[in-house]
Design a protein around this ligand. Structure first.
Ligand SMILES: Nc1nc2c(c(=O)[nH]1)N[C@H]1C(S)=C(S)[C@@H](COP(=O)(O)OP(=O)(O)OC[C@H]3O[C@@H](n4cnc5c(=O)[nH]c(N)nc54)[C@H](O)[C@@H]3O)O[C@H]1N2
Ligand SMILES: Nc1nc2c(c(=O)[nH]1)N[C@H]1C(S)=C(S)[C@@H](COP(=O)(O)OP(=O)(O)OC[C@H]3O[C@@H](n4cnc5c(=O)[nH]c(N)nc54)[C@H](O)[C@@H]3O)O[C@H]1N2
Ligand SMILES: [Mo]
Length: 766
């Protein structure tokens, strides 16, 4: 399986490689924000739009899920939030004329960047079976097509309903209700490819799959470990929080194979000294760990904590917390004391002195927070790794008290809220009971397909209709060639989207594009302007209201699309849901959310208070652990780490500074010194030399997996880079072709996008 480079990839011609930056943000971030906004929206609309981001009366930034601070700056956004907004508020349009001019075959060779740059979708479009292009369709006819195809299935489980984490709480609640009333739990979502490992590990060990810290905890921490995360690019507003923590005396340890600019030094563009001065040094220590070595590191820390307690009993562990609130300590301690140093050193690739020096910081800190993102969640052993993070924090009672805790940093701006609303292929019985009782129907009980299982089921002809509420499934999913075949194998694919993307081009026998309003746009219904709600990474729920004029008069809100689709598909059968009322006034949806999901008492009133409200988090709020035993669980996990055959490298697939997942804003990765190109492979200089290669050579990346299928991504430019020996990095989605569908994390089933075994071959013709 080889994926050709897209037509407009500049490849050789324009790529420029400079030195990686040592600081994030500062003036270049400000100019970059304004440039992107100006290009897409014009200077005036651009500036006015940016000033509404994350204000109390404005819209929630569609960029990431990092929470808003209590005291907001006039401009509470970041460079990459600004790009996300500009991307949505663009003045460019993809009209029916565009589709009349381009067949699907014409669109296929174009890059994701080119597709996204065409602009906002304006009309519902339909590609009938056998048609070579999309043509306009009315909303009613579009819903009739969906009703016909869903009605023709032998069983509701032959359909799957994907969600990307930008959907609002109201849209997500209505969607999962529709899907369950239709009769299936096939609700795969982007979480399955993202923080599922965090959710799995945390639910097992502390009883709730969400992080246990708030912003204030970060400010009060003595030590913050930032592990497997690149906040300078992906959560830039987190840098302000780290800076504030730092000013209050926190120490920061960055654990990452790459010396990411944002982790090292930060110039806060919201303070004058940040524009002109040298900025704040963030990480006090940088552990340049090998890919997948984190479980070993946390086992080493736990072992050393136990040994320190042995040496000076009563000084290191929080035994009263352990005795009162936890389960499984003895068994864990016995196992952790034996954590083998030789394997720890191999797995981490770190010198023992460095681990011991970092441990000195751990020991000195009374209150510790661990933050993490995809560097921890997308490995085969991610769930045990995160369990070992929990063990580490439990030892010193670092869960459920101020200044300490677990901080999985979420990606999409409402991915956490969508799960709270029931977007889950494995719903709990309690949730289904409450949903069924409220709406007078019997929800299906058997679990549905997650993202990877959905691809298999489409490939095998078991799922025939695929509906996506946002996202870009074909480009975000692993094993691109296989996923494309799977989607093409469907009778019907339906994409509810704001912008053109690959999932419109690689479609089922019949395909529908249902264009929707974005977060920035006013949603006017007969009962007045509507607002939606979202939940951030720290469990705060607040309102979001767009104000811009919609990109086209033909757009519907996501919620309206779902309600109308539900009426067309379900008719008067099954659940008693007032879809018309829901569509007319989202307060009515919130009334029902309040009755089904705990923590939303008095939802409509509380969410209208400035700043919204916090959802309950029993471990954080009252050290109440909602596990089977009612206690937090220590777990004894065998040490795992990726073992790479001789001559092979371990590849991680990550984000550049100019992209939002599959949306490519531009071709630069400023902090890593890359300009005008995305087909680059970051490799250690000695690993290049060992293969007889040099910096700048053109190579094919070939993935090796037990199924014997050869997966090849051709024509990548090597960049000698400070990454650990044996580890390399390249951008997704270009490298998704290399991630085998069956290579997933144990338990969470998340594709192992951060550990793909590869070999390098000189590119054909190079
Ligand atoms: N601008 C922008 N913002 C975004 C996104 C975006 O694409 N663009 N995406 C959003 C989404 S959905 C998400 S999930 C988040 C993603 O946020 P991140 O997780 O920060 O995203 P990645 O680019 O995947 O970066 C992974 C980081 O982990 C490191 N890493 C990789 N493997 C390992 C490992 O084994 N151990 C350790 N310790 N480190 C490792 C990499 O070097 C890199 O720094 O960002 C969200 N915000
Ligand atoms: N190899 C590799 N693969 C990965 C990852 C990785 O690190 N490496 N990361 C994974 C992760 S963490 C995630 S979260 C997934 C992301 O997977 P997805 O969430 O499916 O992908 P996105 O690129 O975020 O989706 C972008 C599309 O969403 C649509 N969109 C944008 N805004 C809206 C809106 O307001 N409403 C609607 N209806 N549509 C909208 C636009 O059409 C846009 O093209 O990718 C995963 N894939
Ligand atoms: Mo994500």
């Amino acid at each position: 399986m080889t994926r050709k480079a897209p037509a407009e990839d500049p490849g050789d011609a324009r790529l420029r490689v400079g030195t990686p930056k040592e600081f994030a943000a500062g003036l270049p971030a400000v100019t970059s924000s304004l440039r992107h906004a100006g290009e897409q929206m014009g200077a005036r609309r651009g500036l006015l739009t940016l000033l509404q981001v994350n204000q109390k009366e404005g819209f929630d930034c569609p960029g990431c899920a990092w929470p808003e601070p209590e005291h907001r700056h006039r401009a509470e956004f970041c460079e990459n939030g600004a790009k996300a907004v500009a991307e949505e508020a663009t003045l460019r349009r993809v009209t029916p004329d565009f589709f009349a001019e381009h067949t699907l075959a014409d669109l296929l060779p174009h890059s994701d960047y080119w597709l996204g740059q065409q602009g906002r979708l304006t009309h519902p479009m339909y590609r009938p079976a056998g048609g070579d292009r999309y043509r306009p369709i009315s909303w009613d006819d579009a819903f009739a097509v969906i009703a016909r195809e869903l009605g023709a299935l032998d069983h509701p489980d032959q359909a799957a309903f994907y969600t990307s984490g930008r959907a609002s709480n109201e849209a997500a609640f209505a969607y999962q209700l529709f899907v369950r009333a239709f009769g299936t739990n096939n609700l795969p979502d982007c979480s399955n490819m993202c923080h599922e490992s965090s959710g799995s590990a945390l639910t097992e060990t502390i009883g709730i799959g969400k992080g246990s810290v708030r912003l204030d905890d970060l400010y009060e921490a003595d030590l913050i470990l930032v592990v497997g995360q690149n906040p300078g690019t992906n959560h830039p507003r987190m840098l302000s929080a780290l800076e504030k923590a730092k000013r209050r005396g926190a120490r920061i340890i960055a654990v990452n194979p790459l010396p990411e600019a944002g982790l090292l030094r930060f110039k806060n563009p919201q303070r004058p000294s940040g524009i002109a001065g040298g900025g704040t040094r963030l990480a006090d220590r940088f552990l340049q760990i090998r890919l997948g070595g984190d479980q070993a590191l946390f086992q080493a820390f736990s072992r050393m904590l136990l040994e320190a307690e042995d040496e000076a009993p009563g000084t290191c562990l929080d035994l009263s917390f352990i005795n009162r609130y936890t389960h499984g300590f003895q068994e864990f301690a016995e196992h952790a004391r034996k954590a083998p140093w030789d394997e720890i050193l191999t797995a981490t690739g770190l010198p023992e002195e460095e681990i011991r020096a970092a441990f000195g910081e751990v020991l000195a800190a009374e209150k510790t927070v661990v933050c993490w993102a995809m560097g921890l969640t997308q490995h085969q052993h991610s769930v045990p790794t995160i369990r070992d993070v929990v063990n580490f924090l439990l030892l010193r009672g670092n869960i459920g008290r101020p200044g300490a805790g677990l901080c999985p940093v979420r990606g999409h701006s409402n991915v956490q809220g969508d799960r709270t609303m029931g977007i889950h292929e494995k719903p709990s019985d309690a949730f289904l009971d409450a949903l069924g009782a409220e709406f007078g129907f019997t929800p299906p009980r058997h679990h549905g397909h997650d993202a990877v299982e959905t691809i298999r089921a489409m490939r095998d002809g078991e799922v025939r209709v695929f509906v996506a509420l946002g996202g870009n499934f074909v480009a975000a999913a692993p094993d691109t060639e296989l996923t494309e075949r799977a989607l093409r194998n469907c009778r019907l694919t339906v994409q509810i989207s704001t912008k053109l993307n690959r999932s419109h081009v690689v479609a089922g026998e019949q395909a529908l594009i249902l264009p929707c309003l974005g977060r920035t746009e006013a949603d006017l219904r007969p009962s007045g302007p509507q607002q939606v709600t979202v939940e951030d990474s720290m469990g705060m729920v607040h309102l979001s209201r767009g104000r811009l004029a919609p990109a086209s008069e033909h757009l519907l809100s996501e919620t309206a699309i779902i309600c109308r689709m539900a009426r067309a598909v379900l008719g008067d059968t099954g659940a008693q849901v007032p879809w018309e009322e829901f569509e007319a006034d989202y307060d009515r949806i919130r009334d029902r959310i309040e009755r089904v999901i705990s923590g939303f008492e008095d939802f409509n009133a509380r969410v209208r208070r400035p700043g919204g409200f916090a959802l309950p988090h029993p471990p954080r709020d009252e050290r109440r652990f909602t596990t089977a035993t009612g206690l937090a669980h220590f777990t004894a996990n065998p040490l795992e780490f990726p073992r790479v055959p001789d001559g092979r490298l371990l590849l991680q697939t990550l984000r550049s500074h100019d992209q939002y997942n599959t949306t490519v804003y531009g071709l630069d990765d400023r902090y890593r010194g890359i300009r005008q190109g995305r087909r680059v492979l970051f490799v250690h200089r000695d690993d290049l030399a060992a293969r007889g290669l040099a910096d700048g050579d053109l190579v094919d990346i070939v993935s090796e997996y037990a199924d014997g299928v050869e997966r090849r991504a051709p024509a990548f430019r090597t960049v000698a880079y400070p990454t650990p020996r044996g580890c390399c990095a390249a951008y997704f989605p270009e490298t998704n072709v290399l991630v085998p569908l069956d290579s997933t994390a144990a338990i969470s089933n998340t594709p192992t996008s951060k550990s793909v075994v590869v070999r390098l071959e000189p590119a054909a013709g190079a």
